[in-house]
Design a protein around this ligand. Structure first.
Ligand code: PXP
Length: 250
C-alpha cells in the first residue's frame, strides 16, 4: 500500500484573525486567537506538520509566533519565506525542519504566481545552499511548468511545492481539467528528476478530490479552508476531516 499523503496545516490565517483586532499588541495576554493554541489543536487533529509564512510586511504571523511554535515538542515546522539575506539568516538560526522559498515582491513572481527560479538562478541557488548547509530541507514554491521545475532541480532544491492556485481558481469551470492536466504533467516531470513533490494553495474540502488524483504527491500544504472550517467545527475536527480525505477515507 502506498504511503498516505502528509498534511501540512498552514496556520497563517489564525494570525490574520488575531491581527484584525490586535495589530500592535499581538503579544498581549488578551490577544486571540493564539497561533500557538491553534497549532496544538491542529496537531491533536492529526496534522503532520505546521506551516507558517513570516512575511516581510508581518501581516499575520510574527517572529515571536514562529519562535514559540518551533519550541513546541514534536512539531515539524515548515517556514515559508522570501529569498532574502535577513530571512536566510533567521532560518539558519531557527533551523526549522523545512523552509519553502516563496515569492513576495512583484519581480520574483512568475505568471503562475510561483517563485521565478529560472530568472534568478544564482540568487536562489545561494539561498538553497545556505539553508541546506544548516541542515534544513528546502523546497521551492513554483508553477508546474517544466522551465521552473528544471531550474529548481538545477539550483539544488530537493523538494518542489507546485502552486495549485490556478487550478483552484478554475475549479468548477471548464478550464479546471486543463489546469489539473498541467499539474499532473508537473508532478510527473518533477518526479522523473528525482524531486519530492508537494503542492498547495487554494486547496479546499471540495477540490481536494481532484487534487488527490495527481501522482507522486508527498505532502499538501493547506491553510485557508481549514482555518475557515475550524470556525464552525473547531480546529481538531477541521484538521481530522482533511486528514480523512488524504487517507482516502472521506
Ligand atoms: N503553500 C504556500 C507556498 C502558500 O504560500 C500558501 C498560503 O498562501 C499555501 C500553501 C496555503 O494556501 P491556502 O491558504 O490557500 O490553503
Amino acid at each position: 500500500m502506498s504511503r498516505p499523503i502528509l498534511l501540512g496545516v498552514n496556520i497563517d490565517h489564525a494570525a490574520t484573525v488575531r491581527q484584525a483586532r490586535y495589530r500592535g499588541s499581538h503579544a498581549s495576554p488578551h490577544a486571540e486567537p493564539s497561533p500557538l493554541a491553534f497549532t496544538r489543536e491542529a496537531l491533536a487533529g492529526g496534522a503532520d506538520g505546521i506551516t507558517v509564512h513570516l512575511r516581510e510586511d508581518r501581516r499575520h504571523i510574527q517572529e515571536d509566533d514562529v519562535l514559540a511554535i518551533a519550541r513546541l515538542p514534536g512539531v515539524r515546522l515548515n517556514l515559508e519565506m522570501a529569498c532574502t539575506p535577513w530571512m536566510t539568516d533567521f532560518a539558519r538560526r531557527l533551523r526549522p525542519a523545512a523552509v519553502c522559498l516563496v515569492p513576495e515582491s512583484r519581480e520574483e513572481i512568475t505568471t503562475e504566481g510561483g517563485l521565478e527560479v529560472a530568472g534568478q538562478r544564482d540568487r536562489v541557488a545561494a539561498t538553497v545552499a545556505a539553508l541546506r548547509d544548516a541542515g534544513i530541507e528546502v523546497s521551492l514554491f513554483i508553477g508546474p511548468e517544466a522551465t521552473q521545475i528544471d531550474a529548481a532541480h538545477a539550483v539544488g532544491a530537493p523538494v518542489v511545492e507546485l502552486h495549485t492556485g490556478a487550478f483552484a481558481n478554475a475549479w468548477l469551470s471548464p478550464a479546471a481539467d486543463a489546469e489539473l492536466a498541467r499539474l499532473r504533467a508537473g508532478c510527473e516531470h518533477a518526479h522523473r528528476l528525482g524531486l519530492v513533490v508537494n503542492a498547495g494553495h487554494g486547496i479546499n474540502y471540495d477540490n481536494i478530490r481532484a487534487i488527490l488524483t495527481l501522482p507522486h504527491l508527498h505532502e499538501l500544504n493547506i491553510g485557508h479552508t481549514i482555518v475557515a472550517r475550524s470556525l464552525l467545527t473547531g480546529v481538531r475536527a477541521a484538521v481530522a476531516e482533511m486528514k480523512a480525505h488524504l487517507r482516502g477515507g472521506a
